[in-house]
Design a protein around this ligand. Sequence first.
Ligand code: SAM
Length: 256
Amino acid sequence: MGKGKLAKFAEMKAMSNVFEYPFSVIDNVPFDMKGHWREQYFHNDNPIVLELGCGKGEYTVGLGKLFPDVNFIGVDIKGARMWTGAKLALEDGMTNVAFLRTSIEIIDRFFAEDEVQEIWLTFSDPQMKNPRKRLTSTYFMERYRRFLVDGGLVHLKTDSNFLFTYTRLMVEKNQLPVDMCTEDLYHATPAALVGTPLLTIQTYYEKMWMERGLNIRYLRFHLPKQGTLVEPEVEIPLDEYRSYHRSKRSSKETAR
Ligand SMILES: C[S@@+](CC[C@H](N)C(=O)[O-])C[C@H]1O[C@@H](n2cnc3c(N)ncnc32)[C@H](O)[C@@H]1O
């Protein structure tokens, strides 16, 4: 039988690669390692890459194994999921991997200007009802800009046509340079992606959606520090397989 949530939470408290700062904690205690992750935790000068909404941390651990000269930090509010990746990284003696349990809304409290090179968003909730909660909204992009290097890469891997379309429109509207874009990663793989970890590392949610026959989409773009970011004002068809329609009041088929 799998370990229960309480046992996982207790174990996580003693894990040297886990930092737990839910909103209630960080409100009272400033995060001393902000701006000092490299010297105080990783003990190297290597780049730092974040996986936001990491769940079990498949990308954090998988990329960490493939790229030992890069530091990876998985961020999520759900500790029981994160436990899986943190435990694996500890058992494998990985020193280039860490996990941060907090809300992404306050992510800029943990990283200083230019401290992060890249961001991965893996199968993020599309948040069809609430644009501000989407991890690629201008609200979040403004936060990412506070710690991402100028022109740093943002990777979005998703099953959701809604989130993919919204992000593509946001990127177009703000003229953010696109590095790679595909609506069907596995059946129409761009030549540059053949043999890359994008195809070999699959997350828990990714496998689930693939079993249901959904295409996997991928968009990678640069986020410059300069310029005002604006939201796209376009109606986007909702993902039919998600729960939007269960809402009592809404029978909408599109959202902005
Ligand atoms: C659909 S799951 C995907 C998990 C994993 N990346 C995967 O592909 O299996 C989305 C994850 O994002 C986390 N998440 C969503 N919004 C968040 C937020 N604002 N702050 C912290 N975590 C968040 C959830 O807790 C959840 O684990």
